[in-house]
Design a protein around this ligand. Structure first.
Ligand code: NAD
Length: 470
């Protein structure tokens, strides 16, 4: 499979990283462009903090609950900043922050239940007891699409487990994460959480640092490979949450009008910049025109604009290289014979706006189908047999999610079981509970996040084995 390499890093001058508002295309603030040489001291500080943090689970829980309250209290400052640097509508920023606080509470509670000693019995006259031990300083690296939600997905389970963390946001979205760091460190002991910001090779050096015991990365597949290679010397544990190219298969009994809103937003939420967005739709050939039309109508009626405008439903693409990538995939599909049933072009004016685009008659081998567009462009493809649709859905190297849409739920579920992915939904897409595992198969990931599986992924089992009698 071919995958597009990430775009060039944003501009930095005088040791500062320029942060651009994607709604204007103009820099509006700066963040530190920290150098890799600074990491030694920060990792040592995280090690020193770990000794106290791992020792007292009750204090840890209280600190994490206080941190969650502090996030809620700071939502009025965090949400506009997140919208300014990321582009998403304000209501989506507010939801991202609420989920950040909820995740801190969830893992604080889960750790209290899950980390006590657990006896293991197998009938032999021995007493075997399992305990879970934290690992030490964890390095977390996240992308620019959900800066706070993904930061909390890393830090909540890792800190609740008793680890400390150095977290590096994307250089495109460092500001809200820095503010989140300030809010959280007000409630946490010094050194438990450190936010580092800067351009590469900062992330590469962080994941390869010998003092790091675990690396948890979310981002693209090419960077994920580099991160995995970066841990080879230290043999730090590594989990990778990578790209997706989720297919939605519509069955013959689907009612296009009834599902069109849900399906549309499953593809276009956050301007399509969601790892587990619907990235291609397979519709039965005899319903194809109806499906394309229903989706195109939604695309044409969406209010596109700056995320700060309360009427906006779809903001800009986050950054210039990503906009160029979306344009490139669309232009290539159109050149190969696809038809834009809606959109198909950039919007005039400043900022990184792209018209919500529905592509019909796309050649199945077009890169917008086989790769990850990660933007407001959705190809819709016809199929003649269900076997053909399932084979096409499974034909890429991706394996994050998938969905099946129809009226007969049992039949839809039977098709869902045939999808090669970590999560399959029926009649919706990309809804996740904090309590469920989240994992990709094939090239979409290594390791499991979410629920108890995510907590135990931040811990090491420690077993004490003794006879009943001396
Ligand atoms: P990216 O891979 O370019 O960057 C991700 C992060 O890695 C950024 O913080 C970046 O600065 C850092 N980085 C870059 N080079 C590095 C290196 N050599 N070593 C260590 N860190 C390095 O991804 P992106 O463009 O920011 O994000 C979009 C991608 O993220 C998409 O592919 C999307 O599907 C994926 N994603 C996956 C999930 C998931 O849970 N599976 C969630 C969100 C996004």
């Amino acid at each position: 499979m071919t995958t597009t390499q990430p775009g060039p890093a944003p501009v930095a001058r005088d040791g500062r990283l320029a942060v651009v508002d994607p709604a204007t295309g103009l820099a509006f603030d700066h963040a530190p462009d920290q150098r890799p040489e600074q990491l030694d001291a920060l990792v040592s500080r995280a090690h020193a903090a770990w000794r106290g943090w791992r020792a007292d689970p009750a204090a840890r829980r209280a600190a994490l609950l206080a941190a969650a309250d502090a996030v809620d209290a700071a939502a009025g400052d965090l949400a506009p900043l997140l919208t300014r640097e990321q582009g998403k509508p304000l209501a989506e920023s507010a939801a991202e922050i609420a989920r950040t606080a909820a995740r801190l509470r969830y893992f604080a509670g889960l750790a209290e239940q899950a980390l006590g000693p657990q006896p293991i019995t197998d009938g032999r006259p021995v007493r075997t007891e399992l305990r879970w031990r934290p690992l030490g300083p964890v390095a977390a690296i996240v992308p620019w699409n959900f800066p706070l939600q993904l930061a909390s997905a890393k830090l909540a389970p890792a800190l609740a487990a008793g680890n400390t963390m150095l977290l590096k946001p994307s250089p495109y979205t460092p500001l809200a994460t820095r503010l989140l760091g300030e809010v959280l460190t007000g409630a946490l002991p010094e050194g438990v959480l450190t936010i580092v910001t800067g351009r590469e090779p900062l992330g590469a050096r962080l994941v390869a640092h010998p003092g790091i015991r675990q690396v948890t990365f979310t981002g693209s597949i090419p960077t994920g490979r580099a991160v995995a290679a970066g841990t080879a010397a230290s043999l730090a544990r590594v989990t990778l949450e990578l790209g997706g190219n989720d297919a939605a298969i519509l069955l013959e009994d689907v009612d296009p009008e009834r599902i069109a809103d849900r399906l549309f937003w499953a593809a276009f939420r956050n301007c399509g910049q969601v790892c587990m967005a619907v990235k291609r739709v397979y519709a039965p050939a005899h319903r194809y025109a109806e499906v394309v039309e229903a989706l195109a109508r939604r695309a044409k009626s969406v209010v596109v604009g700056p995320g700060s405008d309360p009427d906006t439903q779809l903001g800009p693409v986050n950054n210039a290289p990503q906009l160029a990538r979306v344009e490139r995939y669309t232009a290539r599909a159109l050149a190969d014979g696809a038809r834009a049933a809606a959109g198909g072009h950039r919007l005039d004016g400043p900022g990184y706006f792209f018209a919500p685009t529905i592509l019909a008659d796309v050649p199945p081998d077009s890169p917008v189908v086989t790769e990850e567009q990660f933007g407001p462009v959705l190809p819709v493809l016809p199929y003649r047999s269900l076997d053909q649709a399932v084979a096409a859905a499974n034909a890429t190297g991706f394996g994050l999610g998938g969905s099946v849409w129809g009226t007969d739920l049992d039949r839809a579920e039977a098709v869902a079981h045939r999808l090669e992915c970590g999560t399959a939904w029926i009649n919706h897409h990309a809804e996740l509970s904090l309590a469920q595992p989240f994992a990709g198969v094939k090239e979409s990931g290594v390791g499991v996040a979410g629920g108890p599986w995510g907590l135990y992924g931040n811990l090491s089992p420690f077993v004490v084995h003794r006879p009943e009698e001396a």
